[in-house]
Ligand binder design. Structure first.
Ligand code: FAD
Length: 183
């Protein structure tokens, strides 16, 4: 398999895909992954502050008091990466929905859970905990090709995220360490 990273397809005609870089690829099958975009018109119309999503504080409350956002649409101050992040994953949406609902009822519960997702690719389950948009080192423990590994994404020595294959216990331990501020 060859990855054409940093490139994109500009046209598909018949069985030929043309790349932005100028080359062409002959194809039998095309799988299109086009991503998603948050639907912000309602929030924008309500005068809520946007930041590539709906900007919320640590209580998942938007710039308009009493209006909360959770899940794919929310960009929140993540204490672990120390960035305002927006994450498109099930578990994050589920975990945010709960404190957002409680905070609507008056609780002042800080959302500080570490983002987590897993993804199954045939016989390769990938667990990912934390959030790293940029890193300066990936420390590899184990054997990636052998499907038994744990990768630590680090920035300035700090572990921002951990990806693993068949290392569930170590993945949970990494999540706990991040929650407790030990990573
Ligand atoms: C193809 C695909 C594969 C994915 N695979 C994974 C995976 O393997 N693992 C993982 O963790 N996550 C995965 N995700 C992401 C996961 O589905 C999302 O993170 C999760 O669904 C987010 O939940 P949510 O409630 O924030 O948003 P959504 O599930 O998008 O719910 C938002 C709802 O709001 C409704 N809505 C929007 N605008 C309005 C409006 N103006 N008025 C009323 N209703 C409105 C929408 O119709 C929708 O029902 C995948 C997503 C896609 C698209």
């Amino acid at each position: 398999m060859i990855f054409h990273l940093g490139d994109t397809v500009t046209a598909i005609e018949g069985k030929t895909a043309t790349l932005k870089s100028g080359g062409t690829l002959e194809t039998d099958l095309v799988v299109v992954g086009i991503g998603v975009r948050p639907r912000l018109a309602l929030a924008e119309g309500a005068g809520i502050k946007l930041d590539r999503g709906v900007a919320v504080n640590q209580f998942l409350e938007s710039s308009v008091p009493g209006i909360f956002a959770a899940g794919d649409i929310a960009r929140w101050p993540d204490p672990h990466s120390r960035e305002n992040i927006r994450v498109e994953h099930w578990v994050v949406a589920e975990r945010q929905g709960q404190p957002a609902a409680r905070n609507m009822l008056g609780a002042r519960e800080v959302f500080d859970a570490v983002p987590f997702f897993w993804s199954q690719h045939y016989d390769v389950p990938i667990n990912y905990v934390g959030h790293a948009e940029a890193w300066d080192e990936i420390a590899i423990d184990g054997d990636v090709a052998g499907k038994d590994c744990l990768l630590r994404y680090k920035s300035k020595g700090r572990v921002l995220a951990v990806a693993s294959i068949y290392r569930d216990l170590a993945s949970l331990q990494a999540e706990l360490a991040m929650e407790q501020g030990r990573e």
